[in-house]
Design a protein around this ligand. Structure first.
Ligand SMILES: Cc1ncc(COP(=O)(O)O)c(C=O)c1O
Length: 427
């Protein structure tokens, strides 16, 4: 029995499904024992070029020496106190407020789900309203406010589609679902719920369904509709934040939300997340004396996450991180397009900056419904064949790929060679 299989069997004994978050349980099931730069290694010692990047945190690469060094240095002298604040929290907060356009003030927590939960509760407190708007296909974490109409079955698009058993009906029904890139759907929902919508939450680029780009004017249109209707605009930049620029996608788009949630690439894989926004709103949190919106967490601001995040942002400030990942992102996208034209494959290579995916469909998708046209069987099979040959992408429909600062031109050239071989076999 291989070491992978042996550990998988054992993991299932102690843990439901053998994994510690949903959608990790995929075929092939691999047990990983080492990560280094652009590469990951399974328990049988097989090496992969990693493009899954643990769903996005690894903007610099696995086990990055500068980040690890800063974390080790920090935990050699400090950790967590549960009172007051730390020098690391001050330094990180200063950096985030300097770089992220919407961030007058910031608070730290431990996961993206916590950050979106706080942003929504704060919005309800500010507006005195209950309802929330989200978009079909977008993911904002596991809690009841947002866990509906995520990767819905095609016949459930836009319908009442809770993502979990056990959710509160009131939470499900107060979350309204619109179509991404369709301002009319947002405007009519706002009109039909006049004076009742507290917040609109959006992934500025919906990366949970690969890479759907906002049409020109869409994010600006959301900004205008939210301002006109007194609705708090939340950009969920848990994936796009720090990845698409040091100031997030809001900096790229030139659209400033009221509140922003961040996580993932903020700390290159270490656990920390953040909510930031307008000072007058942030001051409602009860970390501020007199604030009336509860904000707490035993581990908030722990030295591990704050030191890692400071180091990751320092790398972005001092080295050409974004230049490198944008260049390699463009290199792989154009290389794949060339392969498609050589082989006569009709597919759409989507992407932005360091993120990309190939949809097996012949037009640019603009929303979740369009993705029904993607050949899901081929999408997953293609990825499984790449994994067999040492290229790791999530073997699941409409998931995206990421390049990091550790990927090299040689990694991309090799990946393109393997892609061409696999596509020749498949199509
Ligand atoms: C856009 C977005 N928001 C929020 C979350 C939730 O973050 P976490 O898994 O850290 O709770 C995710 C996770 O993938 C995400 O992609």
């Amino acid at each position: 029995m291989s070491k992978n299989t042996q550990l998988h069997e054992e993991s299932k004994k102690y843990t439901p499904g053998g994994v510690h978050t949903s959608i990790r349980n995929v075929d092939p099931f691999l047990v990983f024992t080492k990560g280094e730069g652009a590469y990951i290694y399974d328990a049988d010692g097989k090496k992969y070029i990693d493009y899954q990047a643990a769903f996005g945190p690894f903007i610099l690469g696995h086990n990055h020496s500068y980040v690890n060094g800063k974390v080790i240095e920090a935990i050699g002298r400090t950790d967590l106190y549960g009172v007051g604040c730390t020098d690391l929290e001050v330094e990180l907060a200063r950096k985030i407020c300097k770089h992220v356009p919407s961030a007058d003030q910031v608070l730290f927590c431990n996961s993206g789900s916590e950050a979106t939960y706080h942003a929504i509760r704060l919005s309800r407190a500010i507006t005195g309203r209950k309802k929330l708007i989200k978009f079909q296909g977008c993911y904002h974490g596991w809690h009841d406010y947002v866990a509906r109409n995520m990767l819905s079955a095609w016949d459930m698009i836009g319908k009442r589609d809770p993502g979990s058993a056990g959710m509160m009906d009131e939470a499900i029904d107060n979350t309204l679902v619109c179509t991404y890139n369709d301002l009319d759907s947002v405007e009519s929902t706002l009109q039909a719920n006049k004076g009742e919508v507290a917040a609109l939450i959006v992934e500025p680029v919906p990366h949970n369904i690969g890479c759907i780009m906002p049409l020109p004017g869409f994010l600006q249109g959301l900004r205008e509709l939210c301002s006109a209707h007194g609705v708090i605009l939340i950009f969920d930049e848990v994936i796009t934040g720090f990845r698409h620029s040091i100031g997030g996608f809001q900096q790229v788009a030139g659209v400033t939300p009221d509140l922003t949630t961040m996580g993932k690439a903020m700390a290159n894989g270490y656990p920390i997340a953040a909510i930031a926004g307008k000072r007058e709103y942030m001051q409602r949190f009860n970390t501020q004396p007199g604030g009336d919106v509860w904000f707490a967490g035993t581990y908030n601001g722990h030295a591990v996450g704050t030191a890692a995040s400071i180091a990751t942002i320092e790398m972005m400030e001092n080295e050409p991180v974004h230049e490198h990942i944008y260049r390699l992102g463009e290199k792989i996208r154009s290389g794949i397009r060339d392969i498609h034209s050589r082989l006569g494959i009709r597919a759409y290579v989507a992407g932005f900056g360091s993120v990309w995916t190939t949809y097996f469909m012949d037009f640019e998708p603009l929303n979740y419904s369009d993705l029904e046209k993607n050949d899901a069987g081929l999408y997953v099979n293609y990825r499984k064949k790449l994994i067999e040959r040492g290229i790791f992408k999530m073997p699941m429909n409409i998931k995206r790929n990421h390049v990091s600062y550790s990927h090299t031109d040689a990694d991309i050239d090799y990946t393109l060679e393997v892609i061409e071989t696999v596509l020749k076999e498949l199509v």
